[in-house]
Write a protein that binds this ligand. Sequence first.
Ligand SMILES: [Ca+2]
Ligand SMILES: [Ca+2]
Ligand SMILES: [Ca+2]
Length: 175
Amino acid sequence: MTASLQVRKREKIFSKLDADGDGVIDKTDVQHHIGGFLAKFGVPPSSPKAHELHESGDQLWQALSRLDGDGNQVITREEYVTAIDDGMVEQTYIAMNGIFFKVVDANGDGLITEEELVKATSKAGLSAKDVHAAFREIDADGDGSITRAEWDQATRDLLLSGDPKSPGSMLLGLN
Ligand SMILES: [Ca+2]
Ligand SMILES: [Ca+2]
Ligand SMILES: [Ca+2]
């Protein structure tokens, strides 16, 4: 529950976002992540879903660039860790969730079942056991399916809560 855990989580997320490891986040890092996500989740690069994901990557970068305090087109670790807050999370990650959710919700019924989550994450090298545990955490009301609201809440918990056991951490390998 400490602020320092939050900072450590943000630093870890920053390190993940900094795909080429040069110590700053720029547009190339965001594009790299979108490409990686497509490959991990087996989305064909020319599909409409891939196109949407690239578009939301551009939106993510635009939102992230607001953290760029000195306007030099790169975001430093310090800018990221100190500037991200609730509003920022809503504008960046929650906005991205629309497409992430769609990718995982294979049959498009607006709910994610454990089977869909297992299938979507199978290429990401997560064990069925980890996915099962994460699913149970994210499915807050325990009705066996994840709604968009539950998914968004898990994202907020992951990014903003100081709880190391917050849902979603496992899926990003952050715990
Ligand atoms: Ca970088
Ligand atoms: Ca579904
Ligand atoms: Ca549920």
